[in-house]
Ligand binder design. Structure first.
Ligand SMILES: NC(=O)c1ccc[n+]([C@@H]2O[C@H](COP(=O)([O-])OP(=O)(O)OC[C@H]3O[C@@H](n4cnc5c(N)ncnc54)[C@H](O)[C@@H]3O)[C@@H](O)[C@H]2O)c1
Length: 246
């Protein structure tokens, strides 16, 4: 088992890539906190996984929620080994200059990740160990026609917070890397990118000519979270079917 007895928090784990990550981490021996706004789907997933998973209510934009989650994990297990900052909202928006979308992107996709780092890093420092994976996007590296620039800016911020964390906390045994999915199953909050015509256009830009499967990102998370990646920090793993290689 690749994560035997590790204590892991996966945010946004009630659906999509977070849910797949939670399942795979539990299969590999971790105790997993499924941290999400969506209590119904999160508790159902925890029940399905069994004793090694627990649901925890978390709105990533609320510092109090983060503190409660940290306290619950430390009370139950005494430490936190892995943090996967995966929760996010879609940036597909027909109004690419919307102010409301900019604010939402900064709040959830950028500040939500910073609050996770701010709350959980001190716990990892005490234990002199930890692995953090921040889920960015190819949108954190390149712009796209249908994506609000707030999403690019927030995912770019996630990419750079990763590098700052790696440099600042390596001395405490903490590693931090970012994962950059490409065209994946549409997010629950997606507007345009769920449209079949838009998806067909986007697919033409993917050399593998298919969207990614959630477990293909979850397996990247697994590698980076595990001790197999013990000398890997501050880097970015792109999971995009060759989009950025063109
Ligand atoms: N799907 C894609 O095409 C794609 C591509 C690149 C990157 N990403 C990124 O991958 C991550 C996961 O995406 P997904 O496709 O699995 O999305 P999804 O919509 O399927 O799932 C997102 C989960 O995050 C939760 N969430 C949303 N806001 C939250 C908040 N404020 N606090 C706590 N939980 C919250 C939702 O309840 C949901 O369970 C996101 O960060 C997303 O930006 C997605």
């Amino acid at each position: 088992m690749r994560l035997k007895d590790k204590i892991a928090i996966v945010t946004g784990a009630a659906a999509g890539m977070g849910a797949s990550t939670a399942r795979i981490f539990a299969r590999e021996g971790a105790k997993v906190f499924i941290a999400d706004l969506n209590e119904k789907a999160g508790t159902a997933l925890a029940r399905d996984i069994g004793g090694s998973a627990a649901f925890a209510h978390l709105d990533v934009t609320k510092e109090d929620d983060w503190a409660k989650l940290r306290d619950a994990a430390v009370t139950a297990h005494g430490r936190i080994d892995i943090l996967i900052n995966n929760a996010g909202v879609s940036g597909s928006d027909p109004d690419v200059l919307s102010m409301a979308t900019w604010d939402q992107q900064m709040n959830v996709n950028a500040k939500g990740v910073f609050l996770g780092l701010r709350t959980i890093i001190p716990v990892m420092q005490k234990n002199k160990a930890g692995s953090i994976v921040n889920i960015s996007s190819i949108s954190g590296i390149a712009g796209q026609a249908f994506v609000h620039m707030g999403y690019n800016a927030a995912k770019g911020a996630v990419r750079m917070m990763t590098k700052a964390t790696a440099v600042q906390f390596a001395k405490d045994g903490i590693r931090c890397n970012s994962v950059h999915p490409g065209l994946m199953p549409a997010m629950q909050t997606s507007r345009m990118s769920a449209d079949p015509d838009v998806r067909a256009k986007m697919l033409r830009a993917v050399p593998m000519r298919r969207e990614g499967r959630v477990e293909e990102v979850a397996n990247a998370n697994l590698f980076l979270a595990s001790d197999e990646a013990s000398y890997i920090t501050g880097t970015e793993l792109v999971v995009d079917g060759g989009f950025l290689a063109q």
